[in-house]
Design a protein around this ligand. Sequence first.
Ligand SMILES: Cc1cc2nc3c(=O)[nH]c(=O)nc-3n(C[C@H](O)[C@H](O)[C@H](O)COP(=O)(O)OP(=O)(O)OC[C@H]3O[C@@H](n4cnc5c(N)ncnc54)[C@H](O)[C@@H]3O)c2cc1C
Length: 451
Amino acid sequence: MPHKIKIIGAGLAGTEAAWQLASSGLDLEIELWEMRPKVKTPAHHTDNFAELVCSNSLGSEFLTTARGLLIREMEHFDSLIIKAAKDAKVPAGQALAVDRDLFAKYITDKLESHPSIKIIREEFDQEIIDNNDEAIIIATGPLTSAKLSKRIQEFLMKTNPEAKSSYLHFFDAAAPIITAESINMDIAFKASRYDKGDGADYINCPFYNKNDFDNFYQALIQAKRAPLKDFEKENMRYFEGCMPIEAIAERGQKTLTFGPMKPVGLKDPRRPNDRAYAVVQLRQDNVVGSLYNLVGFQTNLEWGEQKKVFALIPGLENLEIVRYGVMHQNIFINSPLFLDSNFRVKQSSNIFFAGQVTGVEGYTESAASGLMAARSLIAQIKKTNFDLPRSTMMGALSHYISSCEPKYFQPINSNWGIINYEPEALEMKYRKNKTLKNEFLANRALEALNS
Ligand SMILES: Cc1cc2nc3c(=O)[nH]c(=O)nc-3n(C[C@H](O)[C@H](O)[C@H](O)COP(=O)(O)OP(=O)(O)OC[C@H]3O[C@@H](n4cnc5c(N)ncnc54)[C@H](O)[C@@H]3O)c2cc1C
């Protein structure tokens, strides 16, 4: 008897999952549900599957970039999304940029004509039940329909009643995440406000010079913001606790120095008698401590502007941003509470989530998670395992979304900070040169996949 599988949402993740399953050689009955064009989302414009709602780039193809490694890993697994991107590629330097219509059409045609896939152009609004007769992959993205969002909430609450208040998130803006190695610790210092916690849980970047702060402030309020879509303007509701830093700054300098940049309770061991005028705090963002986020610095500034303005913060002159602050409507589940590293619901072995709704961020990451969810399901049917090592970008992403601290869980791009490696294992020449180091890590990841 064939295994029945429902994939909900024919976006980047759902189409990749459908392709992987349909190409598995297993006897499967696959239903791929897509609500467009009957029910629209605020960001999609066409009826095509895998529509790119904003930029037309899947990221750099260079192996020494985190995205480049992710793309190579996906190619290793015969990814439909990467095949389509290469087919629809347009010249864009080292970026894998595409003609978005050709890209989406390639994918739509491949799946619509596949004999094992039945396309259902309806909004999925059924109770989600763990049922041994069929598996479900929910890949409905950051703009999951309201009806299904409610169903997901109900289902997740049942699987983990203690997680009541954090089963689905909605946020306006996110703060940038930077690499620990790009922080200048000759200027920044470790301390917790009023010595709470371990006493040194945060990295602090102090403004001792008021002129430096004034320059930063002017740059912040004058910086260009990312343009909002009409629907976002209409629905623009700031949560006070999640207001973009530039919007807080507009209320006056003191809203910063009495708010997210307040210097009180922070002692710099190198200058015990001085009090800074303002301080930016950085909070550790992953277990190994290779990533930090700028506390309270959620933002809607254009990405280039973020780099320029935040580099004016003392200690961040050379900051390397691995996840830029963004603002748009976005729902995602608190995955560490609910999913294992196979994108499977911990308490419901036949239900998987994939794509942006799991807290991976970006087109390529969404597709990669669809690939991993499908491959995990294939392994489950074959009674084998699909466990990618954390030295690979895909393995690192799945580990992050399933094991991050749920309280601070925010969507994540592919980046080198989540890759697992022992610094001692790196020869000195790799430690000192970032490109060499990335190349070493990338080759190691690809070797792991081939072994
Ligand atoms: C406004 C906006 C701009 C973005 N810009 C970028 C960018 O420039 N670069 C980048 O890398 N990432 C961007 N992202 C983030 C993310 O990469 C994309 O949203 C990406 O499309 C996510 O892939 P996905 O497969 O998870 O979801 P989607 O591609 O959105 O696919 C989900 C699909 O599910 C369908 N669906 C929803 N609910 C139901 C239902 N109940 N029944 C049936 N079908 C349903 C939707 O119609 C959609 O086709 C952006 C996101 C948003 C919202």
